[in-house]
Ligand binder design. Structure first.
Ligand SMILES: Cc1cc2nc3c(=O)[nH]c(=O)nc-3n(C[C@H](O)[C@H](O)[C@H](O)COP(=O)(O)O)c2cc1C
Length: 484
């Protein structure tokens, strides 16, 4: 078994939500001596649904039995575990939705789910495991980080927004101290005061015990400017940067220049959006390059520019240990083998407002007919944002919710155009689709990066197999194929 130290690893397997980088993938990568990263996005829903599917193999229950906070595991299991699994056509039980003051049951479920994912990824080896969060999905962050830290997570990685508050938050959580994470509330000004989601570990964990190990914090950025600003202040300086370009899978930063669309309706990026690895070298913080760096040549380019290595998503998203539903994964691999993977950067699809890479697969939410045939509804609400109501209280809204509901929440109609429900779509992609009335199953939505070079080359090297393993990706990137 390989023992990994931070300085040795050149590859970060990027966090991929929802549950595409689940614990099986992160564990497989950590076992090679590189950094495996679980997605922390919506783990509370993922965990609740896995339990309702009967928790095949008993993994979640085994992890929850190790949760060092008495009572939580029992309450979570009583609420969600269905022995033998729910009937296929039966809907999953709803999970409460986050707000600035989330109910205790949701806090407990979030701690338990993040603990379980990291526990399972770290089980039985001493490799490194990180967890990925999006700053934009802010309400669960303190509880999620604490759960992951209880399981000894080695790295927390965060993008999709400015993660300046994270270093101090992690310092305090490691000491079991109360934290307050500032939250953006639309329609408020600084005169209204700062809104925050608060968490006091002492209230939830009666005996906090020894301090927890403080994980390293890696900020995912798209520009040298943000990296420089974070690095300049000791309270915001991360332990590492991932510099992610606009060809990466998942959400992308918007173009820095004027908002323009090409003939296919994609945002137009230019030289301002491309970071040369050498530009990062002066900051004195280790950095990994991401977005079309997932080839041996990409790794060499990053290293030559002074980077510590690369973060790779797409090549891992389609490997055997990926959490993507096997049927979808196989379809994409078949297309990749023929060189026909149609990836589109959609500026409107994601309710977050960030451009989102989407695979144009028939039968998924990217398919306009499927989109038109889906009745808008918002029952997971992971991407809801807080806003101030006219009476001064706080409400929550998502531009992919039904139009009338969004307007009733004070949202602008124009903001709903083209928005698709990523919460339900990404759950379906991970094999956790909600079942609705009249046999309707929530459709999946698949994201991937622009560059499928690695996927194609890995398939060619798979000698007759129609798939490849996470360890194959690592060996390929490090030029060690011959050893395998
Ligand atoms: C299926 C998929 C889902 C992703 N989800 C996330 C995510 O939830 N959070 C995140 O920070 N990055 C996400 N990413 C980006 C990856 O972590 C990584 O930075 C990126 O894929 C690297 O570029 P590449 O796609 O060219 O390999 C995702 C990428 C893919 C392919």
């Amino acid at each position: 078994m390989v023992s990994a130290h931070a300085g040795e690893r050149q590859i970060i397997q990027g966090g991929m939500g929802v549950a595409v980088s689940g614990w099986q993938l992160a564990r497989a990568v950590a076992l090679t001596g590189q950094l495996g990263v679980v997605s922390g996005t919506a783990l509370e829903v993922v965990c609740a649904r896995r339990l309702q599917q009967g928790d095949l193999g008993g993994h979640v229950r085994r992890a929850l039995a190790a949760l060092p906070v008495p009572g939580i595991a029992d309450r979570v299991l009583r609420t969600y575990y269905v022995a033998g699994g729910k009937a296929h056509a039966a809907p999953f039980r709803p999970v409460l939705r986050f707000s600035l003051q989330p109910p205790r049951a949701l806090v407990e479920l979030t701690i338990a789910a993040n603990f379980a994912e990291v526990f399972l990824a770290k089980e039985g080896h001493d490799g490194l495991v990180g967890i990925n969060y999006l700053r934009k999905i802010e309400l669960p962050i303190p509880f999620a980080c604490y759960g992951a830290m209880l399981a000894g997570v080695d790295h927390v990685l965060m993008g999709a927004g400015n993660p300046a508050d994270l270093p101090v938050l992690l310092d305090r959580l490691a000491r079991h101290e109360p934290v307050a994470l500032p939250v953006r509330v639309q329609g408020t000004t600084s005169a209204d005061g700062e809104y925050a989601v608060r968490f006091d570990p002492g209230e939830c964990v009666a005996q906090c015990g020894q301090p927890l190990r403080r994980p390293r914090f890696d900020a995912i950025v798209a520009s040298v400017d943000l990296a420089g600003a974070l690095a300049a202040n000791p309270t915001t300086r991360p332990d590492g940067f991932v510099v992610e370009g606009h060809t990466a899978g998942g959400h992308n930063a918007p173009p820095r220049g004027p908002r323009r669309l090409d003939a296919r309706g994609q945002p137009v990026y230019d030289g301002r959006d491309v970071v040369d690895p050498r530009e990062m070298a002066n900051l004195g913080v280790p950095y990994w390059m991401a977005g079309s760096y997932g080839t041996p040549e990409g790794l060499a380019r990053a290293l030559a520019g002074g980077a510590a290595g690369v973060q790779v998503g797409t090549a891992f998203a389609f490997c055997r240990e990926s959490g993507m539903a096997p049927g979808l994964r196989r379809r994409v691999l078949e297309l990749a083998a023929r060189g026909e993977v149609p990836v589109h950067t959609d500026p409107r699809l994601s309710p977050t407002g960030f451009p989102f890479k989407v695979l144009e697969l028939a039968g998924t939410l990217a398919d306009d007919e499927v989109y038109a045939g889906r009745q808008r509804l918002c029952d997971l609400g992971v991407l809801r944002t807080a806003y101030r109501k006219p009476d001064g209280t706080i409400g929550y809204r998502c531009p992919a919710e039904p139009l009338a509901v969004y307007e009733g929440h004070g949202g602008r109609t124009a903001n709903t155009v083209g928005r698709r429900c990523l919460c339900n779509g990404l759950m379906a992609t991970a094999g956790l689709a909600q079942q609705r009335a009249h046999g309707y199953t929530e459709p999946a939505v698949v994201t991937a990066g622009d560059d499928f070079t690695a996927v194609r080359q890995l398939l060619l090297r798979a000698s007759g197999r129609d798939t490849y393993d996470a360890a194959d990706v690592v060996a390929y990137l490090l030029g060690r194929d011959e050893d395998r």
